[in-house]
Design a protein around this ligand. Sequence first.
Ligand code: AMP
Length: 117
Amino acid sequence: MSERDECIFCRIADGKVKSDLLHQDSEVIAFRDINPLAPLHLLIVPRKHIPSLVELEAEDSSLIGAMVNVANWLAKDAGVAEKGYRLVINCGPEGGQGVPHLHMHLLGGRQLGSKLG
Ligand code: AMP
């Protein structure tokens, strides 16, 4: 089995697993988290399989900007931009990363706690 076939977010990006997809372009997709921690909880995911933030190569660093742009647009579209929202990237086991494919969480729609860790 190929790396893409073993990765749940690659399978979603490739249309092999269903998701509640809110955005897709040539580089980035975004869909609702299956286990939401806030009224709005989206995942912004590059199509390219990058296992985690620490493995982001310099040549792919513009992807982070593309992901933030998509997140900001989705926050505005969902109506949470004015009150505020949070973008989170978990990296590695101690960073709380469960799915080994780079992704950004967009959380909003309620008052989020002031503690990060
Ligand atoms: P992290 O802990 O940062 O790796 O976050 C992974 C997130 O992916 C968790 O919030 C999960 O609820 C979410 N997740 C895992 N599988 C799926 C899926 N098939 N569709 C949507 N969200 C998922």
